[in-house]
Design a protein around this ligand. Structure first.
Ligand SMILES: NC(=O)c1ccc[n+]([C@@H]2O[C@H](COP(=O)([O-])OP(=O)(O)OC[C@H]3O[C@@H](n4cnc5c(N)ncnc54)[C@H](OP(=O)(O)O)[C@@H]3O)[C@@H](O)[C@H]2O)c1
Length: 209
């Protein structure tokens, strides 16, 4: 059975995205610089550079190994429509997933096939159905809940998240999309499985008890 895991970057004050982060509003409250501080550690990892055709070079070591391992374990992704909407504008033609991606949305839309193995499927009958489809297509590999906050909260409330992988970056956002919000009892319980520190982020993995 596939493991279902959340894998995200988080600001020190608990936000997944800074306030007003939209492509239409590039200067708003400096969100671009905040996002850069959140994700900067990732951009120069060798395995990330390879996967995104950024050319040779990049950092090797424990963080790079972690990034490679994470990308190799993913057989399918699930995301929300707001994350998708931003990515549709920002991702290159070869979208950076290389798996089926199930987008939770109220919009009805045909699958969107991208070069490099990514197909976006638009699912409007709920998170459990999206997960069933993702498990089926993952071919024994794991299912990543890629975000955003709304979607992660739904899977936490359904008790369907086996692992939380959080790269906690040393940046304060002061507002935005809070990750741990709208949670309801009974709350899922996690234990610490791994902590890896690096200058750009503290890499935390929690496993459900
Ligand atoms: N830091 C990170 O690692 C990270 C990772 C991922 C995303 N993000 C950021 O997070 C932000 C987006 O997060 P978010 O919480 O605002 O939104 P989100 O979770 O990406 O998307 C929420 C939207 O998805 C649709 N949706 C969600 N659940 C649904 C359901 N059960 N049935 C039907 N439709 C459903 C709805 O849109 P419709 O009604 O329009 O269909 C809803 O408004 C973005 O800024 C993104 O860049 C950050």
């Amino acid at each position: 059975m596939s493991t279902v895991f959340v894998n995200i970057g988080l600001s020190l004050d608990g936000y997944l995205a800074p306030d007003g982060m939209t492509m239409a509003n590039p200067g708003y409250r400096n969100w671009g610089a905040k996002w850069g501080k959140l994700m900067g550690w990732l951009l120069n990892q060798q395995s990330f550079r390879e996967a995104h055709h950024f050319g040779p070079g990049g950092e090797t070591g424990a963080v790079n190994d972690l990034v490679r391992h994470t990308s190799e374990r993913i057989g399918a992704n699930i995301m929300g429509k707001r994350m998708f909407d931003q990515g549709e504008q920002a991702w290159p033609e070869e979208a950076p997933f290389h798996t089926p991606v199930y987008v939770l949305t109220n919009e009805k839309r045909e699958p969107w096939v991208r070069p490099g193995g990514t197909t976006f499927h638009f699912i409007h009958d709920g998170p459990e159905h999206a997960l069933a489809l993702a498990r089926k297509s993952a071919g024994g590999r794991d299912v990543r809940i890629a975000g955003g906050a709304d979607v992660i909260q739904q899977y936490l409330n359904l008790g369907l998240v086996d692992e939380l992988e959080i790269a906690l970056a040393p940046v304060l956002f002061g507002g935005g999309r809070r990750l741990f919000d709208h949670l309801s009892e009974p709350l899922p319980q996690f234990r610490i499985d791994r902590v890896l520190d690096s200058p750009g982020a503290t890499h935390l993995r929690y496993v459900r008890q």
